[in-house]
Design a binder for this molecule. Sequence first.
Ligand code: 9PG
Length: 687
Amino acid sequence: MSDAIELSDRYLAIRVRPQTGIFDVIDDAGRRVIAEAAIGVVLADGIALSTRGRVVRMGRAETVDDVLGSGSALTGRVEFAGEIDVEMSITAYDEQTFVVLSCRLHNGSPGPIRVARFDVLEGARLDLGFPPSTWRFYKHGWQSWSPTLVLDCAGEDLEVTPPVFAPGTQPEAKEGRFLSEMMTAIVSPEPRQGIVAGFVTAGDQMSQLWLDREGGTLTAASYADGTMVPPGGWLSSERLLIEPTRTPLESMERYGDALGRSMAARTSSEVVTGWCSWYYYWQGVTEDAVLANVEELRRKGRYALPLEYVQIDDGWQAEIGDWLEVNDKFPHGLKRLVEQVHRAGFKAGLWLAPFLMGEKSRVWKERPEWAVEYRPGKPFVAMQNWGQNCYALDLTRPEVIDWLKSVFRTVCGHWGFDYVKIDFIYAGAVDGLRHDPEITRAQAYRRGLDVIREAVGERFILGCGNPMGASIGLIDGARISPDVAPSWHPPGEAREASRNRMSAPSVLNAIRNSITRWWMHGRLWQNDPDCLLVRDSETALTPAEAQTLATVIAMSGGMVLDSDDLTRLSEERRVWLSMLLPACGKAARPLDLFESDIPRLVELQCGSHRILAIFNWDERAANINVPLSTDSVQVFDAWSRRDLGGHTGVIGLVVLPHGCRLLAFRPINGESQPDRRDVPPLFRWPG
Ligand code: 9PG
């Protein structure tokens, strides 16, 4: 088109059509992967402004140099009623395979304007070859416990309920509409063509993307939550990355890199290991139980059970909200207990739910005004648990911030904890009325995280029940999955109903997310795939199921926390746990993410060799043929420690129900590289 203005590099091009207010994204093969996209702003009073059909005044391309690299940016402006300007900005980076889009609004009117959301992509038509009903949609959940998986676009989206979705800002559910939080990947298997789209900044606005099957259109919304723009003022959306791709796994990893870099993620090559009280003792945890496990760890020593942290979970506190008082199961208080943990040679961790106030707590009785409200005078119930309503704390109140500071200063400074697990923290980001109305959910939430970070200094913070994007840069580890449980399926649940209960505690629900959120690990934080349960009594897990859980945790590259009564572990099961230690810290790739309901093939490069986990999610044993390279390879069975000899082309395996096989491969005639010693024993080549 003659009047089009193009911004391009060797990977892709964006073509803006200034006469009609729309743009296309074209990949390196010339395919118009996104066609006729517009940019929109929805005001709080419901008025929707769109660039579609409007004339755009284009600015000159300018050079940029930011955390994502150097490149050039193009801007274009549309004026509405002579009073409001909507400006789009498109950046192409010289060394990056993606573009980044954002938009902002200028209020040239004499009065304030409130913005509900920015549609950084509006009505963007995707062309991935075959029709949308053949596509696969990566649905990313809002917080730790929210299901994250690939859906078949011929079917329908999942139904999710609070607290696992972002309340208040859901687009209307419709047949053929698929929703994802912050990012998504959409792949057409035939021809293999896809797109990764996700926000690379997330500190100010929550964001969502949705695909409408009819028309194959993608929308990307960045929620300003009604923020007021004063006359003469500007307000910006978060920044959206778009990458056309034929290798979606690599593109998702690159998105993770860009997101982590833009948000100044806290990452470390040292992965946390430890023991956690929750999945054996539950709320019945006692001082004696903790000490018995510490003693067992000390007796076994650094070689037999090399765990670093001892983490006390829910069950120590006087009440939800009364964090400076213990209950009578901890008669000597926590300061002395931490000293005992330290003296035994371990670091100490503590669970809290710092953004909740239970109605039985003293803090609620004394400070009811600290709750977020859903209507004036009505406190917002963020959770019903522990036999009570628990209200969301209003993190825009200076008194709340001061109180949080003193809680965490006491926990770390006075009691001596080295690690905090802050749980149910989505409560800081609920959609309600706050003391400071000019603050978005993401900003309120980050105020709470900021003060906790300030109070604990460089100590380790594990987020749990955390909204994902807005946590980056402030926490060190993040739970990326629903809870495990000592059972494969959620207790007492009919299998058929499980599609809409993917957040209920169960091994299957936990490992689904631990596999599908691999790309976050080491880029945004350390992934916490939740605890390993290896016990062979007081569990409904079969040996095969327990070994599958251990394999997924090992392959996640993330934190390794065991939650059993260590004093009662059989020697065989103690060995299963120590096979995972020290943790290797590298996340394995789910090779068939876009082909299977739950990936069956997860791969990790280990220096001298390649490790492949092969899972059987069925209720029956399966014969699985694993394709190999045409050159012959030597095969080693990691769990049974058996040499399986040389193989070429394919290897046939029997895999137990819910079980897995973990194989190591290396070229028979290949150059022998030195074996890596920084991987856990389970991943090492023998000899
Ligand atoms: C302690 C637990 C453990 C666990 C956390 C979190 O929806 N719910 O009622 C619900 C209850 C508990 C829960 C998640 C959801 O688990 O993930 O590791 O710390 O709290 O209470």
